[in-house]
Design a protein around this ligand. Structure first.
Ligand code: SF4
Ligand code: SF4
Length: 295
């Protein structure tokens, strides 16, 4: 069965400033008011059935209302599953509160390791504790961007993450136009990190589903901190696929699948959850689903 999913950018602000962040600093700002959060929660509670609410930012934990209002609101006022994409920079007591508040309702924690702002050891200290606190059922994955020229660091981090018993997913660096074209000298380490070939273009990490029927806008959408709803991330990037504003009560989800009009799909969630015609049809959640974008 397909799992409907909303990607909620709970706040734009981030406490990191990674050189490879796909969000430009001028867009990586802002936090909604308490009143706006209340209304966004009411909108999410009005969705039919049980959805997975996959929260990202910016950095969700850097937004004070994330732990004090959003998490308890989703658990107490909606039937939805809670997932989060975080850089794990928040202190351990906050992570413990999160684990307690989401018990029985947590889907996936995707923890992004940003070696420009932390070390693998400091990150793993938190990751291992959080893994224990959330228990065995929710998924916990670690991802890290394959930063050009720094792949040796990523390789050492991968080994440390796997030695700690956690799954590690390397992320090919993305650009606005697709994926980064790595220089020749990075190829040997790319091969060790990505497997045979090591060619990110052949790995097809940003495929095209042009013309295939897609349920984005119907069973999947992107919700921004200002309440705007877009059918998918690619559509949002092109200033298209606007489905209304949740704060204004004007959201109308699509009523049927539509052919994908784009030649690149970095969205990952629709493809991995069986929402794109002929792709991922068994709709099982690939562990890398949340690793589609750096946190
Ligand atoms: S296939 Fe990807 S890019 Fe195309 S409409 Fe669906 S989610 Fe958007
Ligand atoms: S990549 Fe993630 S952690 Fe780094 S600046 Fe961007 S949003 Fe923040």
């Amino acid at each position: 069965m397909r799992r409907p999913t909303v990607e909620w950018q709970v706040a734009g602000a981030c406490n990191y400033n990674c050189s490879y962040c796909i969000q430009s600093p001028k867009h990586r700002v802002g936090q909604p008011s308490r009143e706006a959060v209340d209304r966004l929660l009411a909108f999410l509670s009005s969705l039919p059935g049980q959805w997975e609410v996959k929260m990202s930012g910016g950095e969700p934990f850097a937004f004070p209302l994330f732990l004090s209002r959003i998490v308890p609101g989703l658990v107490g006022e909606t039937p939805h599953t809670v997932s989060v994409l975080t850089n794990l920079s928040t202190p351990l007591p906050a992570l413990e509160r999160f684990a307690e508040a989401t018990r029985g309702r947590l889907g996936i924690v995707s923890a992004s390791l940003h070696l420009e702002f932390t070390t693998a050891a400091a990150f793993l200290e938190k990751a291992v504790r959080l893994r224990e606190w959330i228990g065995p059922f929710p998924s916990f994955v670690v991802n890290s961007v394959l930063v050009p020229g720094r792949l040796d660091e990523v390789l050492r981090a991968r080994d440390a993450v796997e030695a700690a018993g956690l799954p590690f997913f390397p992320q090919v660096m993305k650009t606005k136009g697709g994926i980064f074209d790595y220089p020749e000298e990075d190829r040997p380490l790319l091969e060790r990190l990505l497997g045979a070939g090591g060619d990110p273009r052949r790995e097809n990490r940003a495929p095209s589903y042009f013309g295939r029927l897609c349920r984005a806008g119907l069973e999947y959408f992107v919700l921004t901190q200002s309440g705007d709803v877009f059918s998918c991330r690619t559509a949002k990037r092109f200033g298209e696929g606007f489905l209304g504003n949740a704060l204004e009560g004007s959201v109308h989800l699509a009523d049927e699948p539509r052919p994908c009009p784009y030649t690149i799909c970095p969205c990952t969630v629709p493809a991995n959850r069986g929402m794109v015609e002929g792709i991922g049809a068994d709709a099982r959640v690939a562990p890398a689903v949340l690793a589609g974008r750096p946190a």
